[in-house]
Design a protein around this ligand. Structure first.
Ligand SMILES: [Zn+2]
Ligand SMILES: [Zn+2]
Length: 702
């Protein structure tokens, strides 16, 4: 095979992703148009800069991973590991091999090597492992390029002010994190899986980890609170005040009346009566502009406004970053340094007609000073729009997220808003009712952050003390004290952040893993029986695995490596030292752990097949059954086994995914299944062959 090797003594620049490589090459080329080349399918770019050839080659994120050094995969503890190409550990990562080969080849003629991967611990680790393993120990004299946006100017500046060496503290911190997480993940997960396998003879995927264990434990604790919650009833009074021609909601002084009798008595004493205004309390308060987005607050706002999960938001934000529409999103900073050039960005954004008026408001201010938060990040500022205008249409989610980030950028420069709240005290026959009003006196930043800032105004007419107010529509409402709410993917991420576990780069994927393993389900996260059992088994046998304190302490030590105040060797030795006794505890109780987990796995597998109660016998459950004879699937009753119920209904065959819909038919109350054709939206199918909804459908068809 012909080997095409770069001839000249060029500079090799390593980028984290292909799109980043293209932008870097175009920014560094003196004519602004780098040549796109190809080596065995790997795209790379050649730029000319002041007589020097620069070859920019992309990675695909991490190309190397931690793996067991030698030995079988069916035992623990394992403490011997090394960094290997990802395809060695996982045969599916075939593309990684061609990338490593291409980088190796392009590195050979180079006289200078630069890591230009994202500037954070992951990017530093990606570049380091590639320079060390793919380029043959070239990490020692490699340089580091640092930037927060993929804008031409910033890339050119970064190239002119290269760091003469790799950022070794970040590299050490990154290597340590991956190694510690591997040690914990592999050993604990193997302990669980092998315990279950030795008991049942079957293999099932179970996992826990340094961050995953405590995170699931938070959810389990909340689930226990919810399940043990005893709902106490209370009553409250709804009423309206008639002022002029309009009716306004008023609230009774006691929002939780403990006895029905008491509520009825108050109703009797106030219904249809006239009240008198006894007091009018007016309060004004300032509302400061929001702080710029760090990743956590962007994820939480995108969830609130658009319903995007944290991992989805991170994906969209990364695409916007690679297209140079926003700055680097994996940041924990809530600060915007003047060096980013506020006015230039605003003027660029103002060229889009939907932002023109808002930009004028911001630019008319005498000095531009952003409201900043406390959190900082040594590597990047908060997330901000670069001002680059999309040349082609963005996807709707990209468009939405970019709009949110842009408006937030405007809002942080806005004036403090002034709001006023008003509470009118109305006395009716010895009882007190409150009428509340809310007004915005000075809009300030609220105007810049629409529709994302609430402007819920209730403007009251002019009122005076002593005024007579008739009470209308007084009614009693039955209520129950609510249990604490379930976590959702966004609030659990905030909790992890508050508790100091995981990193901004990893938290979202840990939440995804909880779903993938079947430990939780639904958007309002419900812990499954399997999730409960895994956590309780760990807690009973080795409470430190699910202890947040234990994880946080290790987390703090790892953070210290980033600043050079802790050594990687110490942290690794400590992690292993903490892990060893835990693994011994788990091994000594392998039989009972294996039994508990195996039973939970069996229940989980059955639960996945249960569609709902059998409408024929009303004692069994309909489950999804695969016929051994025909290979076809159908819904059959669990009472078939004891011969008391023959109920069986056809299900759509292969080409469709079928699972329990977890709801019953609105028309006939029979259980339903969710049917999902490949690459299409799922729909719900009622199992009742005589369901009236189907008859209607058939008539329409005929
Ligand atoms: Zn039945
Ligand atoms: Zn039906």
């Amino acid at each position: 095979m012909e080997r095409k090797v770069e001839q000249s003594r060029h500079t090799l620049v390593l980028a984290e992703k292909p799109e980043a490589a293209r932008r870097i090459a175009e920014a560094l080329d003196q004519k602004g148009k780098a040549a796109r080349l190809d080596m065995r399918g790997v795209p790379y770019f050649r730029a000319e800069n002041n007589g020097r050839t620069i070859v920019v080659v992309p990675a695909l994120g991490h190309l190397y991973t931690v793996a067991q050094e030698r030995g079988r995969r069916d035992y623990y503890p394992v403490f011997n590991y090394r960094w290997v190409p990802k395809y060695v550990e996982n045969g599916r990562d075939k593309q990684v091999r061609t990338f490593i080969e291409a980088i190796d080849e392009l590195s050979r003629g180079a006289s200078e090597r630069i890591n230009a991967c994202d500037y954070d611990i992951e990017g530093s680790t990606i570049g380091y492992t590639i320079l060390k393993y793919a380029c043959g120990e070239k990490e020692r004299d490699a340089k580091r390029m640092r930037f927060s946006t993929l804008m031409d100017q910033e890339i050119q500046d970064a190239y002119r002010s290269l760091s003469p060496s790799l950022d070794l503290n970040l590299v050490e911190a990154g290597l340590t994190r991956h190694e510690v997480d591997w040690l914990w993940g592999v050993n604990l997960s193997r302990a669980l899986m092998l315990a279950a396998k030795h008991w049942s003879g079957r293999y099932a995927t179970l996992s826990t980890g340094r961050v995953q264990g405590p995170t699931l434990n938070f959810l389990v604790e909340r689930e226990k609170e919810i399940r043990s919650f005893v709902p106490t009833p209370f009553w409250n009074l709804n009423a309206k005040a008639e002022i002029g021609d309009a009716l306004y909601d008023v609230a009774y002084e006691n929002e939780k009346i403990p006895k029905r009798d008491l509520a009825s008595k108050i109703l009797e004493e106030t219904s249809g009566k006239d009240g008198t205004i006894e007091d009018i309390q007016v309060k004004s308060y300032h509302q400061a502009p929001p702080t710029p987005f760090d990743l956590g607050s962007l994820q939480s706002d995108a969830y609130r406004h658009f319903g995007y999960t944290p991992s989805r938001t991170l994906n969209i934000a990364e695409r916007l970053y690679l297209s140079a529409f926003i700055s680097y999103p994996r940041t924990s900073s809530q600060k915007l340094p003047p060096a980013i050039g506020y006015a230039d960005i605003l003027r660029s954004l103002g060229k889009r007609k939907e932002y023109k008026d808002l930009v004028e408001i911001v630019l008319s201010k005498r000095d531009l000073k952003p409201q900043e938060g406390k959190k900082d990040d040594p590597a990047h500022p908060a997330i901000y729009p670069t001002g680059n205008a999309p040349q082609t249409a963005l996807s709707p989610p990209e468009e939405k997220l970019l709009d949110l980030i842009t408006k937030r950028f405007f809002a942080v420069f806005g004036d403090t808003a002034l709001r006023q709240s008003m509470r009118v005290v109305i006395k009716v026959n010895g009882h007190t009712f409150y009428l509340s009003g809310r007004r915005i006196l000075k809009e300030g930043w609220l105007k810049l952050y629409q529709p994302y800032a609430k402007e819920d105004e209730v403007v009251l007419p002019t009122l005076e003390i002593g005024q007579r107010i008739p009470l209308r529509q007084v009614a009693i409402e039955d209520k129950f004290v609510q249990p604490p709410p379930r976590y959702n993917p966004s609030s659990v991420l905030r909790l992890m952040e508050e508790e100091g576990i995981g990193t901004k780069a990893t938290r979202a994927s840990i939440v995804d893993t909880l779903y993938d393993r079947g430990y939780v389900r639904d958007e309002r996260m419900v812990v499954t029986d399997l999730g409960f059992t895994v956590t309780e088994t760990l807690e009973r046998n080795s409470p430190r695995i699910v202890s947040v304190k234990f994880t946080r302490e290790l987390e703090e030590k790892m953070e210290k490596i980033e600043t050079g105040s802790e050594l990687r060797e110490n942290v690794l030795a400590e992690a292993i030292g903490r892990l060893k006794p835990i693994l011994e505890e788990l091994r000594s109780r392998e039989t009972s752990i294996g039994q508990t987990l195996s039973e939970a796995i069996r229940r989980a597998q059955l639960e996945k097949r249960i569609i709902g109660p059998c409408p024929r016998c009303r004692t069994g459950n309909l489950i999804i059954i695969y016929s051994r004879k025909s290979g076809k699937r159908f819904a059959g009753c669990t009472n078939f086994r004891n011969g008391t119920c023959q109920a069986a209904f056809p299900l759509p065959q292969h080409l469709y995914g079928v699972k329990p819909a977890r709801r019953s038919c609105k028309v006939c109350q029979w259980p339903m299944v969710e049917v999902k054709p490949k690459e299409k939206r799922p729909w719900n199918l009622c199992l009742n062959p005589d369901c009236p909804s189907k008859a209607k459908y058939r008539r329409n068809e005929g």
